[in-house]
Design a binder for this molecule. Structure first.
Ligand code: RET
Length: 283
């Protein structure tokens, strides 16, 4: 018994973690890395507090459009808590052997693929809430949300590709192209709509916060173990977790607090999505 444990430890020391790790083994690996583990638990705690706070803040909101902003925004920490539970339990983490050309070629690298999967659910909620605030039409909303989902899925493909290093970066570039569509709607289309809706001040604040934070994700991908491997896995994870804290909980608090205090403005924007193009009156 002792011999086999020693042999396994020797193998791990020599060749890194085995290709097929059980969930329990992956979870244990995460737990042994205090810094990595803390990057997950910090978000579980913050997501829990946020859910309770946001539900409490929304209890007096009655306008359906304002309520929809609340529901979409509360879904963000709800998805987040599930996401981080998946990571902390080893369910949505894998050790992948990096292809040649990668700085850690041949090594088993911890890949937190669950993050991309849950971004596919959480980021559309952020954009739905922002779009409702700006008074978007359905075409712009559909465009930004589909581009955003495509960005997350192609980012997942970049992280999971082990056949070729070049292909990893090719997926990354495709994901960046979708990101540009998201940025275009956020920076060009919606500010004009928000002006007409009378929500420009808060929209512009949230827009700046969102754009700055969202840029951090592809930067951490490129510098982290999935890209150039300049940063360690735990540091990359803290990078994403730190960005999550601002891009999700602080963003959500600012938005929901404003909506709660300006329910009238939201209600007057429209009772349903506008379908016509937003053009200022030419008098
Ligand atoms: C990836 C890598 C490929 C290139 C790009 C990326 C962008 C990710 C972004 C994620 C935002 C996540 C948020 C989550 C909140 O729950 C996939 C990292 C462009 C922008 C805000």
């Amino acid at each position: 018994m002792l011999e086999s444990v020693v042999a396994e430890m020797w193998a791990v020391a020599q060749f890194g973690p085995p290709l097929e790790m059980t969930q329990a083994e992956t979870m244990q690996t995460v737990q042994e890395d205090t810094w990595l583990n803390a990057s997950f638990w910090a978000n579980i705690a913050l997501a829990g507090v946020s859910i309770l706070l946001f539900v409490y803040m929304g209890r007096t909101v009655t306008d359906p459009r304002a309520q929809l902003i609340y529901v979409a925004t509360i879904l963000v920490p709800l998805v987040s808590i599930s996401s981080y539970l998946g990571l902390v339990s080893g369910l949505t983490i894998s050790f992948l052997e990096m292809p040649s050309g990668h700085a850690l070629a041949g090594e088993e690298v911890l890949t937190m693929w669950g993050r991309y999967l849950t971004w596919t659910l959480s980021t559309p909620m952020i954009l739905l809430a922002l779009g409702l605030l700006a008074g978007t039409n359905l075409t712009k909303l559909f465009t930004i949300i589909t581009a955003d989902i495509a960005m997350c899925i192609t980012g997942l493909a970049a992280a999971l590709t082990t056949s070729s290093y070049a292909l990893r970066w090719f997926w990354y570039l495709i994901s960046c192209a979708f990101f540009l569509v998201v940025l275009y709607v956020l920076l060009v289309e919606w500010p004009r709509d928000a002006e007409l809706a009378g929500t420009a001040e808060i929209f512009n604040l949230l827009k700046i916060l969102t754009v700055i934070m969202w840029f951090g994700y592809p930067i951490f991908w490129a510098l982290g173990s999935e890209g150039l491997a300049v940063l360690e896995v735990a540091t990359t994870s803290w990078g994403y977790s730190g960005l999550d804290i601002v891009a999700k909980y602080i963003f959500a608090f600012l938005l929901l607090n404003w909506v709660r205090n300006n329910e009238r403005t939201i209600a007057e924007t429209s009772t349903t999505f506008r379908t016509e193009t937003a053009t200022p009156a030419d008098d």
